[in-house]
Ligand binder design. Structure first.
Ligand code: BTN
Length: 317
């Protein structure tokens, strides 16, 4: 129904809405009421019908998110909770996972007071216009394959930005999404294992959507970017996040060999020297590609091929 109304179009007469949506009059009235309740500025004209007014508010509502994330290839049933402020959506979802939450639960927040990035870093989550969301997956993977989840979601996120914003980010190892002006998004995957297999994976995504550069704290301003800064356009976060969920559901059905080559194709770190602090030692080498579990293979100066892992694993108690 929302898809039939476009702010760029003139008023849409009620009978045209009925024909195109296939809804009964009562169902159409109910759908219009729902859209208005969700805050969309729908205006009515007695003789001309209905129209959406710009600017559309950048709402992140659970109902709209779930409706938009449905797809034919739905291997995952998404459910969502959209909150105002939390410490960290990853922390909240990890606790919910432990209580038996179903695969497909998404938690998003307008702001996080303790947003976490990789390697114990802080994730700046105070600027409006960003997506701060975590989702719960329960893939059938052995613990050593856990990193596949990170690779899969990074590829899906890049594809989603392409689909929903017409913008193709590069991937910087292991899971940064970058544009010409800097980092647009990052993914923090945390897994819980039981008996050597994954019980759950919480995929936390931070995506900068409509921030101007002044919205970022000074210390990261020079390397943070957003979809708005890259494209000069404004996007509704719900559309970006829904595209991400659709893409993840789709890619969960793909063969890992395919995901791996898609990741390699988008990755700007390959062919470069990478330096990684791993287990107390510094490994430096030429980035070659991914192994079958999604670890980065580097060739060190001595000629050895070393697989590098970046991620965190929590063993379930
Ligand atoms: C990175 O360091 O690049 C990963 C950043 C991940 C940030 C997201 S925001 C939503 C979720 N909740 C968190 O506390 N972190 C992740």
């Amino acid at each position: 129904m929302r898809a039939l109304l476009d702010p760029a179009l003139p008023f849409c007469p009620e009978d045209a809405l009925l024909t195109r949506s296939g809804l009964s009059l009562a169902a159409l009235e109910e759908a219009i009421l729902d859209l208005r309740k969700s805050g969309l500025p729908l205006v009515a004209s007695a003789d001309r019908g209905w129209r959406l007014e710009e600017p559309l508010p950048d709402l992140l509502s659970a109902k709209e998110l779930v409706a938009r994330s449905e797809s034919e290839a739905a291997s995952i049933r998404w459910s969502a909770v959209c909150l105002d402020r939390v410490e960290s959506t990853n922390d909240l979802l990890l606790r919910t996972e432990a209580a038996g939450a179903p695969e497909g639960l998404v938690v998003s927040a307008e702001r996080q007071s303790r947003g976490r990035g990789r390697l114990g870093r802080r994730w700046e989550s105070d600027s409006p216009g960003g997506i701060y969301a975590s989702l719960l997956l329960r893939p059938s993977l052995a613990l050593p394959q856990a990193h596949r989840l990170t690779i899969l979601t990074t590829v899906a996120a890049a594809e989603a930005l392409e689909e929903a914003a017409g913008f193709s980010p590069k991937i910087k190892w292991p899971n940064d999404l970058v544009g010409s002006r800097g980092k647009i998004g990052g993914i923090l995957t945390e897994v819980v294992a039981e008996g050597g297999r994954l019980r759950g994976g919480v995929v936390g995504m931070g995506i900068n959507v409509s921030q101007e550069s002044g919205a970022f704290p000074e210390e990261i301003r020079g390397r943070a970017s957003s979809l708005r800064l890259e494209t000069g356009q404004l996007f509704r976060r719900v559309e970006i996040l829904a595209a991400l969920l659709r893409r993840i559901a789709l890619r969960c059905g793909s063969d890992f060999a395919e995901i791996r080559s898609l990741w390699e194709w988008r990755c700007e770190s390959l062919g470069k020297i990478v330096r990684v602090q791993q287990g107390g030692r510094l490994v430096e080498g030429y980035a070659l590609g991914l192994d079958e579990d999604g670890l980065l293979l580097v060739r060190t100066e001595g000629g050895a091929i070393v697989p590098l892992l970046a991620g965190e694993v929590l063993e379930a108690g």
